[in-house]
Design a protein around this ligand. Sequence first.
Ligand SMILES: [Zn+2]
Length: 85
Amino acid sequence: MPIYEYKSAEPESKDSSCYMCREPFELRRSLDRAQELKCPLCKNPLVKLVSKVSHTKKEGFSASEAKAAGFTLLNNLGDGVVEKE
Ligand SMILES: [Zn+2]
């Protein structure tokens, strides 16, 4: 299930937000409920923030990405240990 990030539409207003939605928070929502823009706690309007890519983020960089980012790849880890590709 995708995770969406929401925040109160009026975080400055104490009547229109609560401690939860005053700051961005994440909610797991099925796609058909993603546009349901109400705080589950205080029922006030929310805005959907640009969804984070955390759930699709890869672990670490691939070798080609690391090289593209300017890293030099060292496969020799010292002590005679050579990392195998
Ligand atoms: Zn709220």
